[in-house]
Design a protein around this ligand. Structure first.
Ligand SMILES: C[S@@+](CC[C@H](N)C(=O)[O-])C[C@H]1O[C@@H](n2cnc3c(N)ncnc32)[C@H](O)[C@@H]1O
Length: 258
């Protein structure tokens, strides 16, 4: 049976099936993709920092690779930080939605998966990119530089719940590309919006069939915080597991006037 794998740059990530021989899988992949530098067994991501659970099957450490998408180059250490290929369309969609002169806060920037295409595709967009994991942050800074975007992306190392206290009222658009439990970060996202309001892209994991209930909970949470809210769009980014979907809600949040 053909192995289940994805390729990021010159690295393959394999989801091994029960009983599948790792050596046979590596031989299969190197036979077909001779330029692969490393092969890792991938068992998902976990913890608050969404760190990958991987095991090196072939190649040498550090497993640093370069991956190009939508005209942006990302460098990452595949053992220490994640890059979801399944979010490819979503990255382009949000970048295309962002208009010139917008200020964007990317509350969970990772290595720049949203910040970089938003800044690169918009002609006069400014992005504040917040990342709490120092290792991912190091690559975020490196990627901003490698793409020549220092003038359009300001990086912030820290927890978005704290960092946004210094970014109050700056953003036309806030990207909250994180899960699960993203609703717990709503205060941070809303705080960053301009006094006149703006759009929040809120990602989360939602059980199949409970999308409506989830949207109602988010809309209710935004209203409770003093906003009129319009759910502009809700969509499935990808299937996450048999039970859970990765969804994104676009919320137009306008502060209620007294
Ligand atoms: C799942 S990754 C997603 C990166 C990117 N937003 C995307 O959607 O592809 C989430 C990132 O958020 C970071 N993170 C987690 N909690 C955070 C917090 N409270 N403040 C800022 N960054 C955080 C993690 O370290 C990780 O790099």
């Amino acid at each position: 049976m053909r192995p289940r794998y994805k390729v990021v740059g010159d690295v393959a990530l394999v989801r091994l099936r029960d009983g599948e021989d790792p050596k046979e899988v590596v031989d299969y992949l190197l036979g077909r993709l001779p330029r692969l530098r490393a092969v890792l067994a991938y068992e998902g991501v976990g913890g608050e920092l969404r760190l990958p659970r991987v095991r090196l099957l072939h190649g040498e450490r550090p497993v640093v690779t370069r991956y190009a998408e939508h005209g942006v180059v990302y460098e990452l250490d595949v053992e220490r930080m994640m890059f979801s290929l399944g979010n490819k369309f979503e990255r382009l969609r949000v970048a295309a939605l962002t208009r010139d002169w917008e200020v964007v806060v990317d509350a969970f920037a990772g290595i720049g998966q949203f910040s970089l295409p938003i800044a690169a595709l918009g002609r006069a967009v400014f992005v504040h990119a917040i990342e709490v994991n120092p290792e991912a942050y190091e690559y975020l800074v490196r990627n901003v530089r490698a793409n020549g975007l220092e003038g359009r992306v300001r990086t912030h190392l820290g927890d978005c719940r704290e960092v946004t206290k210094g970014l109050e009222g700056v953003a036309d658009r806030v990207v909250m590309g994180y899960f699960p439990g993203t609703i717990g970060y709503l205060d941070a996202g809303l705080r960053a919006l301009r006094p006149g309001g703006g759009v929040v892209h809120l990602h989360d994991l939602v059980e199949g069939g409970s999308e409506e209930e989830y949207c109602a909970r988010v809309v209710g949470g935004v209203k409770e915080r003093g906003y009129d809210v319009r759910l502009l769009r809700t969509a499935r980014v990808k299937s996450y597991s048999a039970r859970l979907d990765h969804v994104v809600l676009d919320l137009l949040c306008l502060p209620r006037r007294p």
